[in-house]
Every structure is written in structure tokens, then in C-alpha cells.
Design a protein around this ligand. Sequence first.
Ligand SMILES: [Zn+2]
Length: 339
Amino acid sequence: MKKSIILGGAAALALATTSASAGTGHQWADLRWDIGGATPGADALQMKISHVFAPPSGTGWSGTWDKYYSQAASPTQRPGALEKWQSDFSTDLPSPIVLTEITTQSPRYVDGYDPETGDPVTNAEVTSSLCPGIPGEVLVCSDHYSTDVGWVGIANIDYDPSTFHLLWATARINDSYFRDARYSSAYDDEGQREFVMCHEIGHTWGLGHLDEAFYNPNKGSCMDYTANAYGDGKRSKDNRDPGKVDYEVLLSTTMYGDLTSTKGGGKKGGGGRPGNLDPFQFREVGAVAPASAGKGRYGEIVGFDSEGRPNEYVKVINSRRAIRTFVTWARGYRPEGSR
Ligand SMILES: [Zn+2]
């Protein structure tokens, strides 16, 4: 695997500004929501979020994705992804994310964008099959998107290339892999469901990948690809939840926080994290695409997973809009542009 160059935040920004194809290879994907005048470190990311999940249908698994998305319904149930991302779940760091869940009467109509093409959609009904990008919001969807698409989960992030501020973000989870008999033995376990929900939603904050190999030891974060979300309890950690590393990036000044205001001493104080954290020096994932990688299904290829499959794309719409797409491919699927 090609190793990425370690870049500081300013250098990474400059590089990414010069070319839409410049992947950065670190966990901060250069993207973030505009937090305006919010106080760093004090509930800095106030997000609207909504979801639409297709109801269970057909044979096989009859549950829904709600329990993996929403708050735990009982004290004995593990929390859903929203609760994990906005609490200090499994870490001693405060989360900078505060979510406001939009609950609306169905049907809901919006002016938004097709999540893949970026084309405007006017007065469009919010459905799990369309899953439109809605300005200022995160929308999470699940449906039977079929196994033809090849992905288990996908996140589309629309942003302004001049500021790297997000306009909208969507995350979709492909229920086909969890229900179709040919695939469900590989995917239909609680761990994979928790992992993929946590992972795709993590992208909507602007996070990239912590690691892009499925079969190496887990790093203890749902932003690390895995074929076994539970790990082995020893060297390979549990990847079902956000990790401390994810919180550290979110809490960095390049995203939504101010680590200097949290525990661990001053920024230049030396010693342990998080006080003097440089989030970029240990967050490289090393799969930056060469400039010659060319175009793939969702735009210009800017990253590959450890199996040589393009997993990150940029589609430039105009000078003020580009869509970055993160794809979690199913095992064995080889999309266009694989090497
Ligand atoms: Zn991903």
C-alpha cells in the first residue's frame, strides 16, 4: 500500500485547494461543517439530522435499522449511532456534536440534491430510495438498494471547495447485503450493523478513514474497516463504536473543538495527549490515489482501500460545489477503476 505523506493542517489544505484530486490520507477529510461563531469545544457542532428507513419487506430478517441509529430503548440495549457520536461513549472525551433530530409528518418534501449526481431536485419527497441531500442537514437512509451497486454503505458529502464547508451530507446503508440469503451470512450480525451505521454517519461529520484494510487488527474505531467488528478482545479491538481517536479529531481546532480547552494540559505542554495533540501525525491511512487514478463511478478517484478498490471520489459540480463520496464495498466486489 502506498504510504501517504504526513501533512500538517495548513499544508494539507493548500494541497487540497490546488487540486480536487489531491487526497490527503488522514482521518480528517479536509471537510467540516461551518460552525460559525460557536465557541470551540463547547457544543461546537449543532447538526440537524433525520432518517428514513424502508420498512422490512420480503423474507428473512424482519427488524429495522432504528435500533442501530437511535438511542437505546432500554438500559440493557447498546446505544444507537446517534447516541454514540454525541456522548462520551467508550471514551473520556466530550463529544463536540449536538444533534437535533428532525421528526416530520410523512411525506416530507424538500428542495435538495440527488446525492450521487448533485443535480437539484425540487419539491422532492424524502424517501429512502432517493435519500436527497438537504442543505444544512444530515440524512441517513436504508433501503434495498440491491447488490448490483456493490456497496454495503455509502456517504455523499457536498461541500464548497473554496472553504471546505459542508452543504449537506447523506449516508445510505444497503439492506440488500443484510437480508439477501447469499450475503446475509457475511453481513447480518449485530456487529456489522453497528459498525456500518456508525461508520457512514461518521463520514457525515467530515471524518475520513482511520484505516482501510478489512483484515488487519481492529484499531477500536468504527472509522476503521473491518470484517469482524467485534475484534478478538485482545490485539484486535472492538470497531462497533466511535473511538477515542475519532473524538480527538473532532475536538481538534481544525474541526469542531479546541483540544487545548479539554483535559491534558496546554497545547505546547509536551507529554500526553490530548493537550498537545497533532491529529494529523498519527491519523494517516495511506491510500492516497495517484493523480493518474482517473475517473470512477462517483467522480475522480482520490483514494483506494487496501484491496485496490477506489473507495473515495470527488465529483466537481462547479467552483462552489463538489461531492465527496466514501464507499464501503462489499467483500469480493470489484468496482470500475480497481487495480
Ligand atoms: Zn468509509
